[in-house]
Design a protein around this ligand. Structure first.
Ligand SMILES: [Zn+2]
Ligand SMILES: [Zn+2]
Length: 468
């Protein structure tokens, strides 16, 4: 019997979020990732959502990493009947409960608020489509598989994870699909790290492959050099110190918050940090930093040594002025700090979370500084501030923006164009490339560059099916 296998591009086809691919192999169905489309209204999105397959017919899920755009629909998959194993790395298995429970909590809180409004208007209330129990069941179904360990989860299928260097636990998924006469190797890049990103290793070079699904988020551009980004960051902090103001850094809880803590610790270690108080003001980022502490042995030891790390230490030991503010009361007390503090809080694009409360108290003071260290999507408060809006409405109040706004471009956890090309060129066996997880513009630019290197790459559309 020859190999009978197909792959369908369910999500993150010609877009960045919603990573999901369905493999059919000898009557078994396997999902690679089950991610959420981000940026949309979550309640509306989940309430009308239909999987294009039957969740109870899925035999196995393989998860590349914990980011919500790769994992966020797992609670819904379970709520609709999936009951198989979810294979992921040990790091992902630790991070997943924190992320999924937060995402489900937010959804339930928003729904409660919408229902209150609907009740007052005499409109119909909406039942939740999932519960916290579904997120907990996802966690129970997870089976950790370490990097470089070959397993056989189903007859005719072998799996090995390799470090993708993107965030803690992120993996490149390598699959060997076997018929009685044929064997094909499929590689799914997941999100590939930026080799310059601190704490993470470089993405693993994959020896050989027959088919490669490669992410293409930054397929059309290269990142600014990391050293000059760090200098820009240091300059902004110094300017704030001279002005006697506070510094606010909106950051995602997973990955970016730990990176920023690292850079501040590095500046402290180099004697370049003047501020005497640093607040990590996010319960989720605090939990995640603690998980990073449990996995320090898996991270880049050269980076750790550069900030004076010694065995037995935790990340927060390297920054004696760091305070972890878990409770709302502690967070509110930060607003009374009159100058000289650095505050890291979510959400990363300022469309909610503690950072918006801090903005209400601080945007109108010219001595304060905002430092944006990540991509700000169109329509978010973060984007409007980056674009120089001078007046914003927060909690129903008009606020003048007098604080200084800095944008640092080089801190990205994704490979830029040249790193993507290097990684692709390192794969032997002349595989067929399929570009995923990117906007069409980025994908077309990357496809062009690949063709010039003699590598054929296709840009599949949503729901396209290929033979493996
Ligand atoms: Zn990611
Ligand atoms: Zn992603």
């Amino acid at each position: 019997m020859p190999l009978s296998a197909t792959l369908q591009f369910i999500g993150a086809a010609q877009q960045v979020t919603g990573s999901c691919y369905l493999i059919k192999l000898n009557n078994k169905q396997i999902l690679l990732d089950c991610g959420m489309v981000q940026g949309a209204d979550q309640i509306r999105e989940w309430h009308k959502f239909r999987f294009s397959f039957k969740p109870k017919d899925i035999d196995l899920v393989i998860l590349s990493h914990a980011h919500i755009d790769h994992s966020g629909l797992l609670p819904l998959l379970v709520a609709r009947g999936f009951d198989g194993k979810i294979l992921c790395t040990p790091g992902t298995a630790e991070l997943l409960p924190v992320l999924l429970k937060d995402s489900v909590h937010l959804y339930l809180k928003d729904l409660e608020w919408q229902n209150k409004k609907a009740a007052r208007a005499g409109k119909k209330l909406q039942e939740p489509v999932l519960s916290v129990t579904d997120a907990e069941r996802v966690v129970h179904l997870c089976e950790p598989v370490a990097y470089k360990k070959r397993v056989i989860p189903l007859p005719g299928l072998e799996l090995e994870f390799a470090d993708a260097g993107h965030i803690l636990g992120s993996a490149i998924v390598q699959l060997w699909l076997k018929g009685s006469q044929a064997m094909r190797k499929l590689v799914f890049s997941g999100d590939l790290g930026n080799p310059a990103t601190v704490l993470m290793h470089d993405p693993t070079d994959i020896g050989q492959a027959d088919i490669v699904l490669m992410e293409s988020t930054y397929g059309n551009r290269n990142h600014q050099n990391m050293d000059s980004s760090l200098d820009e960051f240091a300059d902004a902090l110094q300017q704030a110190n001279k002005d006697g103001g506070n510094v606010f850094i909106p950051a995602f809880a997973l990955g970016r918050s730990q990176e920023i803590l690292y850079y501040i610790a590095l500046l402290h270690h180099q004697g370049r940090l003047k501020q005497r108080m640093v607040f990590l003001d996010s319960p989720m980022a605090i939990s995640i930093t603690n998980i990073y502490n449990d996995f320090l042995y898996c991270l880049d030891q050269k980076d750790l040594a550069a900030i004076g790390f010694k065995k037995g230490m935790q990340l927060q030991d390297l920054l004696p002025m760091l305070r972890l503010t878990e409770s709302v009361e502690e967070s509110m007390a930060i607003n009374r700090v009159s100058g000289g503090a650095i505050i890291i809080a979510g959400s990363g694009m300022c469309n909610g979370g503690r950072i918006v409360h801090h903005f209400k108290h601080s945007l109108w003071k010219s001595s304060n500084h905002l430092i944006f260290v990540g991509f700000q999507a169109y329509g978010t408060l973060g984007r409007r501030l980056v674009e120089g809006e001078r007046r914003v409405k927060l909690f129903g109040q008009d606020i003048m923006v007098k604080a200084k706004v800095h944008t640092i471009g080089g801190f990205s956890a994704h490979a830029g164009q040249s790193e993507l090309l290097d990684w692709a060129q390192g794969i032997g066996g002349k595989p067929a490339f399929y570009l995923v997880h990117g906007e069409p513009e980025a994908q077309q630019a990357l496809q062009q560059e690949l063709i010039e290197l003699g590598i054929q790459a296709q840009i599949p559309a949503k729901d396209d099916v290929i033979e493996l």
